[in-house]
Design a protein around this ligand. Sequence first.
Ligand code: NAP
Ligand code: MG
Length: 484
Amino acid sequence: MTRTTAVAPPTPAAHLIAGEWVGEGTVERRNPARPDEVVALAPLGTAATVRDAVAAATDAQPAWRSKTGPERGAVLTRAAELLTARTVLVAHDLVREEGKTLTEATGEVTRAADVLRFFGAVCRNADGLTLPAGTPDTLVYTRREPLGVVGVVTPWNFPIAIPAWKIAPALAAGNAVVAKPAQLTTLSMQHLAQCLLDAGLPAGVLNLVLGAGSVVGDSLVSHPDVAAVSFTGSGTVGAGIHTAVSARMARVQLEMGGKNPLVVLDDADPVRAAAIAASGAFGLTGQACTATSRVIATPGIHDALVEELARVAQSYTPGDGLESGTRMGAVVSEAQFAADQRFVETARREGGEIVAGSGATDGLFHPAVVVTGVEPDHTIAQEEVFGPVLAVLRADDLDHATAIANGVRYGLTAGIVSNDMRAVHRFVDQVEAGVVKVNRPTSGLELNVPFGGTKESSTNTYREQGQSALDFYSWTKSVYLGVD
Ligand code: NAP
Ligand code: MG
């Protein structure tokens, strides 16, 4: 296997406040695939850093709001072009800090650029209503108003795409933003911010604060001048943010975990179904909120599917994301790796059989694991792993499979593999999930389609992505325009 880059020197990471990169890098981030390589040195922000960032955003927001939609859109569109031009550099930094494969990282950077492009166009197109008035010579219409300063808190697993799909609609709607990336992955968000600055985003309209979630994250979501908070991450942290933001009656949007099921019915082709399941389960090293983590199979296909899944899992060779032969990148951190291993051990102890991925491990390279004989009350059938571990459950028929699918506290994405349209419609109607995919992996979303979950996966109020993302970042003013 060949390495595509030499070891690069660490990049100094920094806060972005009022258009300046500030702060001294002290916290090391190491490449999960190459533990001797320091990727970034980041400063550790404090509550004072957050106060400075919110103040800069508050100062900058009125001028940004008063620009026309097309003017704001031009900045986003230019930023998209710059990010596209920098794809190779940014994708390499993304692999070095997060661990996914270069192909996946390149796809993610491309997605982030496309998100900027999409919201660049939306700026020309933000919609309102005209409505019938009850009096003559009166025009009634609605207009979108920005919220002011919004806070964005993001996880490590899509370190540029998630920031892009939160920041772009916030800016499009005329808000200023203070964003906090996960400590594990600071460089990707910095690249995004640099593209926006280079595209002409005025100083202070986007600010980044780096540091611990419990310090800078908490200060940001608790700040009285932050009008809304959009968060993606774990349920535990999300619950705390919900309490803090709701207490001051500000707007909050949370996207959290999943335990996404893929139901496979008897009529499916086991080879095709296994490929769909494996792509959803092992792509991105299983570190996606939309990852397939449960396959629920009916009796006529169960055994053939398991055999095929075990075979396909072996083809997900784990390794350094920058090496050409790697199909599945490194796990992001030692803590996540240990958690993945604990889940596999617990699954075995509770009665599951490991039919793929039981061998020895090396570094943070985790094999693709398939566990069969799983019962709905097993830990591996209930808890999100956030790693390349797939549980297989048996169901008697479609309704039993749907009941198992719904028997968890999450409801993010769900899938079904079948060409029996009656069964497919019934599943779409009955399954508790924000996104349902038929004959497609549970992961992999289009940027123009509303995204979010139900139950404990999401606040289930405002959707992210597409035109509907604007709803969270704006409020509606109704205008009665009469003539006397
Ligand atoms: P996490 O631990 O909840 O962290 C998410 C972000 O919140 C990080 O930036 C973190 O900062 C910050 N944070 C931590 N404590 C905080 C606090 N008290 N106040 C404010 N912010 C705080 O999640 P993660 O480990 O990064 O990501 C994995 C989780 O994200 C999984 O549960 C996964 O399902 C979920 N996820 C959901 C989606 C979705 O769209 N539904 C997408 C991707 C991931 P630091 O880590 O820097 O301390
Ligand atoms: Mg965490």
